[in-house]
Design a protein around this ligand. Structure first.
Ligand code: NAD
Ligand code: DAU
Length: 334
């Protein structure tokens, strides 16, 4: 199968490329990525020169770039997005452009070219915010996005469903909880905390730190997407979660414990505007239909992740200094 991966230089997309090329020797991958601040080709450098892998620098909102790539693909796995809630609050425009228009351009190319399979990677944030005693999100939860990021992702989900209902495009959608693991950009809570602590700094905790997220190791997410691609039902949505509901402050204290640091390294800061209080996922559908469930225990996964950041100091130091952005030119020229 020829798979067009959008956003394959980002956190989850790059982990997905590793997963596919290592596990499925018969698959080929084209990685289409604009290399925004979040795209880092060093994440996938081990595949350079491999006949089953090709990188294309390009924008998913550009039909001229997207069309021929979709035409030669058997499946599109769509990760490319602006993904950071805080940035969407400061400047929503890029979120509307990439997440809404970009998804539309891909869907149009898929429709015109009779693409056999379009998988859309989405988020649990489209469902809004839960109270403490509320039942977890599932595939029937009404949409209630509350940030420009989640509103743009909700919009893209609706477009994907509309292309299935209206044009019969063979789509699947997944809505996943918070991922963590290797190659996670250090603007997000877990990699920011680990790298700040390794550098001798503090961890900013928003508000009271009691907001709850459901953490899933990125390799489990990638395996879920591969399972949906292989055995998922066309037109269906799958909620993916980690059985890993924890308040943010629990995560931060666990990282402090793993790194042997004290609570004086916690810095409580102003809260995120409109901060969603709690996310939780009921993943019974994907477990019952496809036999998927998370395999990485959260504490074990956090230890492995801390070890990865310790072993890959060069990677995150180059990200934090901005040097990673020169990699494309050095490899591919201007
Ligand atoms: P990321 O920010 O790490 O990576 C996004 C990638 O998309 C980058 O490589 C970037 O260069 C690329 N990109 C951005 N705009 C582009 C454009 N216009 N054209 C081509 N490429 C472009 O994001 P991530 O955390 O890996 O998330 C990937 C997907 O998974 C997103 O759709 C996100 O909404 C979804 N998701 C993320 C999480 C999470 O916890 N990180 C959870 C659930 C769902
Ligand atoms: O739920 C899935 C979503 O998870 C994805 O759709 C998003 O792309 C991804 O970024 C993530 O969104 P969050 O906003 O939950 O992730 P973030 O790492 O930014 O924040 C996690 C929690 O930690 C959140 O409650 C905000 C808080 N936080 C975050 C940062 C960056 C802090 O307390 N301090 C921080 O410095």
């Amino acid at each position: 199968m020829k798979i067009l991966v959008t956003g394959g230089a980002g956190f989850i997309g790059s982990n997905f490329i590793h997963h596919i090329l290592l596990k499925y020797p018969e698959h080929e991958v084209v990685n289409l990525d604009l290399l925004t601040y979040a795209g880092n080709l060093e994440n996938v450098k081990r595949w350079e020169g491999d006949g089953r892998y090709r990188f294309v620098k390009g924008d998913i909102t550009d039909a001229g770039t997207v069309d021929p790539l979709v035409a030669e693909a058997d499946a599109v796995i769509h990760f490319a997005a602006e993904s950071h809630v805080d940035r969407s609050i400061l400047d929503p425009e890029a979120f509307i452009r990439t997440n809404v228009i970009g998804t539309y351009v891909l869907l149009e190319a898929a429709r015109k070219n009779g693409l056999k399979r379009f998988h859309h990677v989405s988020t649990d944030e489209v469902f809004g915010s839960l109270g403490q005693g509320d039942a977890p999100f599932d595939e029937h939860t009404p949409y209630d996005p509350r940030s420009p990021y989640s509103a743009s992702k909700a919009s893209s989900d609706h477009l994907v469903r509309a292309y299935h209902e209206t044009y019969g495009l063979p789509v699947t959608i997944s809505n996943c909880s918070n991922n963590y693991g290797p190659y996670h950009f250090p603007e997000k809570l877990i990699p920011l905390a680990i790298t700040n602590l390794l550098e001798g700094g503090t961890v900013p905790v928003y508000g009271d730190g009691l907001q709850v997220r459901d953490w899933l190791h990125v390799e489990d997410h990638c395996r879920a997407i591969a399972d949906i691609l292989e055995r998922g039902t066309i037109g269906e949505t799958y909620c993916i979660g980690g059985n890993g509901e924890r308040p943010n402050i629990w995560i931060v204290k666990k990282l402090l414990e793993i790194l042997g640091e004290g609570e004086d390294r916690i810095e409580y800061v102003k809260d995120r505007p409109g901060h969603d209080r709690r996310y939780a996922i009921d993943f019974s559908k994907i477990r019952n239909e496809l036999g998927w469930e998370p395999s990485v225990d959260l504490e074990e996964g956090l230890r492995k992740t801390v070890a990865w950041y310790r072993d890959n100091e060069d990677w995150w130091k180059r990200v934090k200094s901005g040097e990673y952005r020169d990699y494309y030119e050095r490899q591919y020229g201007k």
